[in-house]
Design a protein around this ligand. Structure first.
Ligand code: ARG
Length: 584
């Protein structure tokens, strides 16, 4: 609900009480956007729902409400329609005043959160020694956008990279490298991540087929956990190697993260098991320590255990998550903890959330949210793969988007017979390529799978980043052509006459509503839809209304509309992690 809608709602609530007495205090007036814009902007449907209770005709009830309803500052005189709807149409003068008011506001009328809180966004979180894959790309893009929106709203956001930097895989990898490439364990940068990943694969193969190697690998884990110097040193080198590679991706995508990997919580794991024991939840099952879950059963219908310590003494992914959860609540004092991962991990989150709740570790004012997302599919509808059948290397995928944007741009420049510097071309290609990938991901409802198509995401038409960047650049084109400095337009200049101006104006005033809905539901695609719709409304206005050629006072008013649209696009896109271009 936006600020106007809230004001109107309060007025109708007062009118209800004035007409029918205090009994009706707290009744929802059912104020909704008009079903048909011909009749106005909002409609009040409460008269129909009160008919039974009051024993009156809905039209008579609507009449009584309207008699007491004072919205003259905001709306034209309310009208009763059909069986008893009250139609409300916003006054043009009201819209003009609202737009004039946001013109000087860097937040464009979006109020910051009334009670800022500490929120944690756990996102990206790839695994060391393994390649970052498209699932991590989705987590990175979606998590970053959510973090940006919460930060904009004034929350104190901790962006945590829960990297998988601990566990049995290191024993395996270190044991393997000791055999085949010991230099990698003592010398920095002896291998690159591609080698590391293929070593990892070979190590895994060996591990799965050779019991003696399994034992060696296990001993290596024990040495790691005991802090044996050479093993620890090797582990650090491997982590550093991966970290450098991840950083390349984060730099390309402009992502800020604080790394706090699984190893950070290692010293806290025994405490988790101890405290679960104390709370009476822990059960020993074939030597493993576990907690039985409600609502999760195996194929035989028996309750499923969450294993927190294996029979060999090792800990699991879930144990680390329990430890990190406690740390985030107790030390970080987080009030909302958001985990962005693929939907396939849904059970994992539901399970350890349940155990933490049962153990009494989650105070009432702390909210735990798993933000799941679907798969990335290739154009054939199957999980995305390169032609070699491996999962796609993220860096290649981003590079390809940029080089395609580069090629598209060159073709366009040729057609338009424009000369641009190499520097300009590279910069535009970079921004367009990266934005296209981000936007294609964010504009889908994250819970569904989406098809990764360079052609679609780079299209200048349609719900794409290039389309919106183009609208932004077009607005700057107007300012260049007319030699206008948007910052120097007069105040109180907005004057709305044409229907496309009114439609654009109303839409500009809905930004606050969209942002607060994303803040709650964590669905950035809503913001994408809003920006797309805004761009279309702007284009309709641009098609129908002359701007630089218009007479004053329209001319300045229209330029203010241009400026407000550009600023809204820039702000909205920045919350999606997308940069704008004044020329492209
Ligand atoms: N490393 C995990 C993966 O690659 C994601 C970690 C998500 N965060 C967490 N706290 N479990 O799937």
């Amino acid at each position: 609900m936006n600020a106007t809608q809230e004001k109107l709602k309060a007025h109708v609530e007062q009118a209800l009480i004035a007409a029918f007495g205090a009994d009706l205090a707290g009744v929802d007036p059912i104020l909704v956007p008009a079903s048909n814009p011909k009749f106005g902007d909002y409609q009040v449907n409460v008269a129909l729902s009160l008919s039974k209770k009051l024993g009156k005709q809905p039209r008579a009830i609507a009449g009584a409400i309207v008699e007491k309803l004072d919205v003259s500052e905001i709306c034209e005189p309310p009208e009763i329609a059909g069986p008893g709807f009250i139609n409300l149409k916003l006054k043009t003068a009201y819209l003009e005043a609202q737009l004039n008011a946001i013109q000087a506001d860097p937040r464009l009328g979006v109020p910051a959160a009334k009670t800022p809180k500490r929120e944690i966004v756990d996102f990206s979180s790839p695994n060391i020694a393994k390649e970052m894959h498209v699932g991590h790309l989705r987590s990175t893009i979606i998590g970053d956008s959510i973090a940006r929106i919460l930060e904009f709203q004034g929350h104190d956001v901790l962006r945590l990279n829960h990297v998988g930097d601990w566990g049995t895989q290191f024993g395996m990898l270190i044991a393997y490298l000791r055999e085949v490439y010991p230099d990698a364990l003592t010398t920095a940068n002896a291998l690159d991540i591609g080698d590391l990943v293929s070593f990892y694969r070979k190590a895994k193969l060996w591990f799965d087929t050779d019991e003696a190697f399994q034992e060696t690998a296990r001993q290596e884990v024990v040495r790691l956990q005991a802090g044996a110097e050479d093993t620890l040193h090797a582990w650090k080198l491997l982590c550093e190697q991966s970290r450098q590679e991840f950083q390349i991706i984060y730099d390309l995508l402009d992502i800020k993260l604080i790394e706090r990997g699984e190893s950070f919580y290692n010293p806290l794991l025994p405490g988790v098991v101890e405290d679960l024991e104390k709370s009476g939840l822990l059960v020993e099952n074939q030597g493993a320590k576990c907690v039985f879950l409600e609502g999760f059963t195996n194929r035989e219908g028996e309750p499923l255990p969450l294993i927190v310590q294996k029979s060999d003494g090792g800990y699991n992914y879930a144990t680390t998550d329990l430890a990190s959860l406690r740390y985030r609540i107790q030390q970080d004092e987080a009030k909302r903890i958001i985990y962005v991962t693929d939907a396939g991990q849904g059970n994992h989150f539901a399970q350890f959330f349940q155990v933490a709740r049962k153990a009494g570790w989650i105070p009432d004012d702390v909210e735990l949210v798993h933000v799941p997302f679907g798969l990335v599919l290739g154009e054939d509808g199957k999980r995305i793969k390169t032609r070699f059948g491996d999962s796609v290397r993220l860096r290649d995928l981003l590079d390809e988007a940029v080089s395609r944007a580069h090629a598209d741009l060159k073709t366009r420049l040729q057609k338009e017979e424009r000369q641009e510097t190499e520097e300009f071309i590279n910069e535009v290609a970079r921004v367009v390529g990266i934005s296209a990938v981000k936007y294609a991901d964010l504009s889908q409802n994250r819970t569904s799978n989406y098809i990764f198509s360079y052609d679609k995401m780079l299209d200048l038409k349609g719900n794409t980043a290039p389309y919106m960047l183009y609208v932004y650049a077009r607005i700057y084109g107007i300012s260049r052509k007319g030699n206008i400095n948007f910052k120097e337009l007069g105040n109180n200049a907005v004057l709305l006459q044409h229907e496309t101006e009114l439609a654009l104006a109303k839409y500009l005033l809905q930004l606050d509503e969209v942002i607060s809905s994303v803040e709650q539901d964590l669905l950035p695609n809503r913001l994408c839809e809003y920006l797309f719709e805004l761009s279309q409304k702007f284009n309709q206005f641009y098609d129908r209304c002359p701007i630089l050629q218009a007479e004053e006072p329209q001319r300045t008013s229209r330029l203010v509309l241009c400026d407000l649209t550009a600023r809204t696009l820039k702000l909205g896109l920045s919350l999606l992690g997308i940069q704008v271009l004044e020329r492209m």
